[in-house]
Design a protein around this ligand. Structure first.
Ligand SMILES: O=P(O)(O)OC[C@H](O)CO
Length: 376
């Protein structure tokens, strides 16, 4: 009996790593964990706790919550505030937005009129060309940040070019890259995008050593792993930046870090990014919004406010696995940025959960019934 109970405790704790706020959905005074009295047939046939749990998971599971946008709290609800809000809309859309478009266009004109000749004329002088291109990429990113009136506060020492080090950060939107890139020309590892973003990726960003891949292609992942190993060995390569969550999360949570960055035998430099949602939610929900629309949303808001912390570099400890190392770094980032850790793989966004998970759940249910029968 006690071994059955032990097994049950194990399987419950494995399955309920981050228990959804199930209690919120339960009728008051009842709980699926509550010990029941004498066993009757009715108890055995009663699957309502399981159904309740399933319904809770559907309504508000912790996985879905990681990818929910956070619309701002409405504040324009009365006769005094509504005209003020209307005035704000007019200022943001009719004054700020055109000014920002002009700023960004101006940035692109300067950037392209320097980048194209430098790229074409300095073919034989790689060092000088790379140096100028780095400065130009940082500059265009600053124009992007200015186009949303970005108010970014950086804490800690700025990243420097050193071999055998990799920077890892939590991921909320592709603008994370822009926010970090305006300070340091990182070589970033990212998903390949279609459209104008894809064009920038394969032209301009490739010049700073960025590496692109398609996450659904196993072959791409192998190529990227090789490129990463080569990149970190180079002495003059731009610092490598990886978003180990592999997908955008809404800046309230962190999902599991992929272990790749932590198995490169490099120093890992964590970066924590926290957006203040006071004016706009910086989370890019790519399933609902194109990146262009996301940028337009930022450009029509009052400002994008955020803080960036460059945390203390970490090395793998003796006996520590890549996964444990990744978790330790995730702890540091989550703590600094005030994010809640959840045990989900962000790629589940794009795939169905493994059948093993549902089988474990079925086994746990069967074991609970058997345990109750044994109690008799
Ligand atoms: O949120 P996702 O999964 O669409 O990821 C978007 C980008 O690849 C982030 O850089």
């Amino acid at each position: 009996m006690s071994s059955t109970a032990g097994r049950l405790v194990t399987s419950r704790s494995e399955l309920d790593l981050d228990h959804p706020n199930l209690e919120d959905y339960l009728p008051s005074g009842s709980s699926i964990n509550e010990p029941r009295g004498k066993l009757s047939l009715r108890d055995l046939l009663d699957i309502s706790p399981t159904l309740t749990e399933a319904a809770g998971a559907i309504v508000d599971d912790s996985f879905t919550r990681c990818f929910k946008s956070n619309p701002p709290e409405p504040w324009n609800w009365n006769i005094y505030l509504f005209p003020l809000w209307c005035f704000g809309v007019v200022v943001r859309y009719c004054l700020l937005f055109p000014l920002r478009v002009v700023t960004l266009a101006f940035g692109w004109i300067i950037f392209l009129s320097l980048f194209i000749p430098v790229n074409a004329l300095l073919k034989g002088q790689d060092r000088l060309r790379k140096k100028i291109e780095r400065v130009l990429v940082e500059m265009i990113c600053s124009f992007f940040v200015a186009s949303w009136t970005g108010v970014v506060k950086y804490h800690g020492p700025r990243p420097s070019i050193r071999p055998k080090q990799v920077y890892v950060a939590n991921h909320t939107s592709m603008i994370d890259f822009i926010v970090l890139e305006q300070m340091t020309a990182f070589a970033v590892i990212m998903q390949k995008h279609p459209g104008w973003v894809g064009l920038l990726q394969s032209t301009i960003l490739e010049s700073v050593g960025c590496i692109w891949f398609n996450r659904s292609e196993a072959k791409d992942r192998e190529i990227v792993a090789r490129k990463l190993r080569d990149h970190v060995q180079g002495t003059d390569n731009n610092p490598l930046l990886i978003f180990p969550e592999g997908t955008c999360v809404n800046n309230n949570y962190t999902v599991m870090f992929k272990k790749g960055a932590f198995e490169l035998d490099c120093t890992v430099c964590p970066i924590a990014i926290k957006y203040n949602k006071i004016f706009v939610d910086a989370f890019w929900n790519s399933r609902k919004q194109s990146f262009t629309m996301h940028l337009l949303q930022l450009m029509t808001s009052w400002a994008v406010v955020c803080e960036v912390w460059y945390l203390e570099p970490q090395t793998i400890r003796p006996g520590e696995t890549g996964i444990e190392f990744a978790e330790r770094v995730r702890d540091m980032i989550s703590l600094r940025a005030g994010l809640k850790k959840v045990p989900w793989d962000g790629y589940l966004k794009y795939s169905r959960p493994s059948s093993k998970h549902s089988e474990r759940k079925q086994q746990s249910f069967a074991e609970s019934i058997l345990a109750r029968l044994e109690e008799k």
